[in-house]
Design a protein around this ligand. Structure first.
Ligand SMILES: [Zn+2]
Length: 274
């Protein structure tokens, strides 16, 4: 099934899918093991910095092999694509889905760049996600009027033809210094105004009850990145404390296990598994 069809199916059923970023073999393996254990579909995401770290062909080959090997229903998605050329490269390498993020530009420019991506992606039958409103990146804060406005969202989706819309409703990338608060009422209005499935960025640290409320009010894709890096590194540091082990194949599985536990927990929440 194409991801765009899966997302529409989820929207109709008021359900959501986890979209997990991975950074190396270990995090990919942990995420896939969790999805296998719970038999749930999921989206695997690569950011541009992870692509630079692993190299595009290697990262893609690793994902494709993992999907075959683990027999999980999964799709490969580009997270926060910054340019039309980057999106094109990823589509050429076989991505199922791409995000073009021109959310820091004006509405008109965002529409123009996003429309170009939709046209290119159509040639690959790929899913396209874009962002309207502005979800703060690491180290940034919300400024005034940066939440997604329902009428703008409708105009944006209709003019561009995107499959999924990332909305700014109070979440932020990275960890939260204060308890996060999502504007669920605004989310519900966007969901009623816009036909496309909605995406929540910055879910790390958002309480489960709030995630469930977001899903019930129109969120179909939940992006998770920061928490995965965090549990991986914490487990690694713990394992290496007063320990001279040099065999990374003995050390890394502890960190991978922490990823499995985290992703299983998130999958259970998002897929309502008890
Ligand atoms: Zn994001």
């Amino acid at each position: 099934m194409k991801l765009q069809d899966k997302l529409l199916q989820l929207k109709a059923g008021r359900k959501a899918i986890l979209a997990a970023n991975f950074y190396n073999f270990e995090t990919l393996s942990g995420i896939m093991q969790a999805a296998t254990n719970l038999k749930t579909p999921l989206i695997l995401q690569l950011s541009e910095s992870s692509i630079r770290y692993m190299g595009l062909p290697v990262a893609v080959a690793m994902v494709k092999a993992a999907i075959r090997e683990f027999r999980v229903e999964a799709w490969l998605h580009l997270d926060h694509g910054s340019s039309v050329s980057m999106v094109s490269k990823c589509l050429d390498e076989g991505f199922d889905s791409v995000m073009i993020d021109a959310s820091e530009k004006s509405l008109e420019e965002n529409i123009e760049i996003t429309s170009q991506v939709v046209e290119i992606a159509a040639g690959y039958h790929a899913n396209v996600e874009a962002e309207l409103g502005f979800v703060p990146k690491l180290g940034q804060k919300y400024k005034d009027n940066e939440f997604t406005r329902p009428e703008d969202a409708r105009k944006f989706v209709e003019s561009t033809g995107i499959n999924a819309l990332a909305v700014a409703i109070g979440s932020a990338h990275g960890f939260y210094k204060q308890a996060p608060k999502l504007d669920i009422e605004l989310l519900a209005r966007i969901s009623q105004t816009v036909p496309s499935p909605l995406v929540l960025h910055g879910s790390s640290g958002i309480p489960d009850t709030m995630l469930i409320e977001a899903i019930e009010n129109g969120i179909c894709k939940i992006n998770l990145a920061t928490e995965t890096k965090n549990v991986f590194m914490l487990a690694l540091k713990e394992r290496l404390r007063n320990n001279d082990e040099i065999d990374l194949r003995i050390v890394f599985p502890y960190a991978t296990k922490a990823v499995i536990n985290l992703i299983e927990k998130k999958l259970k929440t998002i897929n309502k598994i008890r």
